[in-house]
Design a protein around this ligand. Structure first.
Ligand code: SF4
Ligand code: SF4
Length: 95
């Protein structure tokens, strides 16, 4: 049986994307943040630095796995973290 890589497995996850972001970051806090743990802890790399302005954090919430790691890792309480509304968000497949 073929073994799937982590990337293969993540590629199988489906999303029912809501119209509004369920995660918000306080960009003023991010701009002066020295640790920037969010860039390293998100399992799907939703946090990146803006190439044109590395001081700016870009959050791609659409592919969020709703694991909550970023909220725990942020040392400045800069993330307003909520679950997506209604039946939106990540759809895990089991079995
Ligand atoms: S760790 Fe928190 S404060 Fe620092 S850049 Fe990431 S979200 Fe912003
Ligand atoms: S909740 Fe998890 S998957 Fe979503 S942005 Fe935070 S670390 Fe990434």
């Amino acid at each position: 049986m073929e073994r799937l890589t982590l990337e293969d497995r993540l590629g199988l996850v489906k999303f029912n994307v809501a119209a509004e972001a369920h995660l918000q970051i306080d960009k003023e806090k991010c701009r002066v943040c020295k640790e920037r743990f969010c860039l390293h802890v998100c399992p799907v790399g939703n946090y990146t630095e803006d190439e044109a302005d590395p001081g700016e954090i870009v959050l791609s919430w659409e592919g969020c796995m709703e694991c909550g790691t970023c909220r725990l890792a942020c040392p400045h309480d800069a993330i307003d973290w909520n679950y997506p509304v209604g039946a939106k968000g990540v759809c895990f497949r089991h079995g």
